[in-house]
Design a protein around this ligand. Structure first.
Ligand code: 3H9
Length: 708
């Protein structure tokens, strides 16, 4: 018997234990060993029933995601799925009651194995789910057929399209689990299995039809889900394929439904969408691995925090800490400013409560973790102080000098600056080893990205602590280097440059925004700026101008400055790139902006023309990839995949496109390079291919090795 699966008999029950750390994924050998053990139990006179359980922290986290890249053709994929379906049918046909005992997670293929058992029991903390959609695929081992048979189409549709696992209580109520075990899981599972054996009971999920219910109602539920996905999953394919497979389970028998699932799975697993999402799965885990900061680097426990600055960012950061259960001091210069900041925080929580996503009690507890203050009293007790004052170097330097004085020598001092030099701030604190950038993205309590900016002297334990803290705050921490704008905003300057220039050349604000939302972004560049504030960009440009710099080389469009001068700061002033009716966030195109763009085009001698959507996407994405390559070759990002993680989590770059660097790989770097050269010929020498782009393109390689 393989080491991956252990077999023993306890109290006349065969216990089959999967032991494939870290998460008992169904890698090669595991499914085979499970079947072998179940077969052996069937013939073992010492066993009356069988329990399938996982060793370590979890039941089974699903198929080994690495194996999908071995699938090259539809036929090959269908053949593999067919083999696994047959294996599960064999388990389901076991001659003795077969009980899955679940702790940790039963996800994807893990839940599919559990559903092929006759019964499922779990500890109260267990979670079960079909998260395949997050990998651009659908359940491929009968999940779309067995799940509706256990819990009905409505919950099956929800689980297979949003991919979120459900907890044991809900799974029990819905019929996915048969019992929640209060004491020891294995003891409980053995007792459960023994009782089933005594009653001579075995229940095959594939034989159940009752929960599937009325055919017309099932089809209507599928139609309703498709309509909902039309709004929330635009551009993605897997959620729709999951609906189709479940619908097949409603309208066809088990075998025909399974066959349809295999075909749909094959189409999905071979898609670019799935490659992109699998790339991100590993990228988001790789990102925490810093070559010179090993896993065992000591880190500090963050139990108390302080934030300086109760504005939009400071308030959002305070909420992120409070949400994570960390008490936080929130300081600003006077009571009136603090009161304003706190009122916004309170309103945000009230809105969450009104949507039913938080209880009033939880709101009260969370708010109580935020202590407003106008002094530095109490800063001597905090483990981290985050500076979130106005984006002004002198002000930030003064703040860092204060923090260096009022906090303990080991307190981490973090700056939320989006552009300024961390080393300059570090120097003012008097203890640069403790200083790091913690660049949150607005709204800081919502957006997942945390850029962890490593200064020249930032100590390794501060980096290790920042990465752990990011997880604690429910963020994805990405360690980046200290350059202007770091990774996210440095690249964004190129994204915006092309957007402004395309506008002057003749595209409209809404055409450019729509081209990007069609690509899958939640909002286009102009809509995004109307949310962030046109005044913010203006201030950064002023700061740069004072030192004779620009954010991105090439022509500097005067259109955003003209809007600023007109008092059009975006949503907050009722007008920016769009106009807004009072109290509404609906973007209404405003011909005034096109007039300004046309005037600026004349001033720069640009002849206006019709611009295609393809050109908009190609120009903007090429600018991003080329600058991303520069960021990489200059060492400000560790890996190309880190840049993808930054863009997906910071700006909502569509996951099914894998991030800007992965997207460039799918376009082909030879094409990306050809475009840079074409733009140089058309627009000027400010377009220069990065040496890394040239090298990779000439070698026929991509930024990533997994973007076949
Ligand atoms: C599927 O099942 C399709 C089926 O329908 C069958 C079709 C035929 N494979 O996340 P962590 C690695 S599709 C390979 O940091 P946590 C992970 O990369 C699958 N590797 O731990 C990491 O490696 P490293 C559906 C996997 O405690 C390490 O394990 N299932 C897999 O924060 C620890 O992971 C899913 O999508 C895997 N399936 O969270 C579930 N899972 O240390 C995916 C993990 O080298 N997994 N690894 O960086 C998860 O959601 C989380 O890992 C889990 C634990 C919640 C289980």
């Amino acid at each position: 018997m393989s080491q991956l699966v252990r077999y023993e008999v306890r109290d006349r029950v065969a216990v089959v234990t999967i032991d494939n750390p870290p998460v008992n994924a169904l890698s090669g050998g595991v499914p085979e060993a499970i079947s072998e053990a179940v077969e052996r139990a069937g013939q073992d006179p010492a066993a009356n029933a069988i329990v399938l359980i996982g060793a370590g922290t979890t039941f089974i986290a699903g198929a080994d995601i690495n194996i999908f890249k071995e699938l090259r053709t539809r036929e090959q994929s269908i053949e593999r799925s067919s083999a696994i379906h047959a294996r599960l049918t064999m388990l389901e046909d076991a001659s003795k009651p077969l009980v899955a005992a679940i702790h940790g997670h039963a996800l994807g293929g893990g839940l599919e194995f559990a559903m092929a058992c006759h019964y499922r029991v779990a500890v109260a903390t267990a979670r079960v789910g079909q998260p395949e959609v997050h990998l651009g695929i659908i359940p491929g081992a009968g999940g779309t057929q067995r799940l509706p048979r256990l819990c009905g189409p409505a919950l099956a549709l929800e689980m297979c399209t949003d991919g979120r696992p459900v907890d044991a209580t809900r799974a029990r109520e819905a019929g996915i689990l048969d019992a929640v075990i209060a004491g020891d899981l294995l003891d409980g599972a053995i007792a459960f299995a023994t009782a089933r054996a005594a009653a001579n009971e075995r229940r095959r999920t594939r034989d159940l039809r009752e929960k599937i219910g009325d055919r017309a109602a099932g089809i209507a539920a599928c139609d309703a889900m498709r309509a909902a996905l039309g709004k929330t999953a635009r551009g993605a394919r897997a959620p729709f394929a999951a609906v189709e497979a479940i619908e097949a389970g409603i309208t066809l028998d088990f075998d025909a439904g399974s066959r349809r699932e295999m075909e749909l799975f094959a189409d999905c697993v071979l898609s670019t969408e799935s490659k992109a999402m699998r790339h991100l799965f590993f990228a988001e885990r790789e990102v925490a691995k810093i070559p010179d900061v090993p896993k065992d680097t000591p880190s500090r426990k963050i139990t108390r925090a302080a934030i300086v600055g109760a504005g939009t960012m400071g308030g959002g950061i305070a909420m992120a800490y409070a949400n994570a259960g960390i008490p936080v001091l929130l300081k600003d210069v006077d009571q009136a400013t603090l009161d304003r900041g706190l009122a916004i925080i309170r309103r945000n929580y009230e809105s969450t409560v009104s949507k039913g996503k938080m209880t009033p009690e939880a709101m009260a507890t969370t708010l109580a973790r935020i202590t407003p203050t106008t002094s530095y009293d109490g800063f001597g007790d905090v483990d981290i102080a985050v500076e979130a004052v106005f984006e002004h170097m002198d002000l930030k330097k003064t703040t860092f000098a204060d923090l260096g004085r009022v906090t303990r020598p080991d307190t981490i001092l973090a700056s939320n600056t989006s552009t300024l030099d961390i080393d300059e701030l570090a120097a003012s604190s008097g203890r640069p080893a403790q200083v790091v950038g913690h660049h949150f993205f607005s709204p800081a309590n919502v957006m997942k990205l945390l850029e962890i900016v490593r200064g020249h002297d930032t100590s390794k334990d501060v980096i290790a602590t920042s990465l752990k803290l990011a997880k604690q705050l429910n963020k994805v921490g990405v360690v980046v280097g200290n350059c202007f704008g770091f990774v996210a905003n440095r690249m964004l300057a190129y994204y915006m440059r092309e957007s402004y220039l395309l506008l002057e050349e003749g595209a409209s604000v809404s055409q450019i925004d729509n081209a990007l939302t069609d690509l899958g972004l939640p909002v286009g560049p102009f809509g995004m700026q109307d949310i962030a504030g046109i005044d913010v960009g203006w201030r950064i440009r002023q700061h740069l101008k004072s030192s004779g710099k620009t954010r991105a080389e090439g022509p500097q469009s005067a259109v955003p400055d003209r809007l600023y001068e007109m008092g059009r700061y975006g949503q907050k002033t009722g007008a920016g790139w769009y106009r807004y009716e009072s109290g509404s966030r609906t973007r209404i195109p405003d011909p005034i902006v096109d007039d300004v763009a046309a005037e600026e085009a004349v001033r720069r001698g640009v002849t206006r023309r019709a611009v295609s959507n393809e050109e908009i996407i190609a120009r903007i994405m090429t600018a991003l990839a080329n600058e991303g390559a520069r960021v990489l070759e200059e060492g400000y990002a560790i890996r190309a995949s880190d840049i993808d993680v930054v863009y997906v989590n910071g700006f909502g770059f569509p996951r099914h496109r894998g991030g800007p660097m992965f997207y460039a790989d799918t376009v082909g770097l030879a094409t990306v390079l050809a475009r840079v050269n074409e733009y140089r010929a058309r627009f000027g020498d400010y377009w220069q291919p990065s040496p890394m782009l040239k090298k990779l393109a000439s070698e026929g390689r991509g930024f990533h090795s997994d973007a076949e």
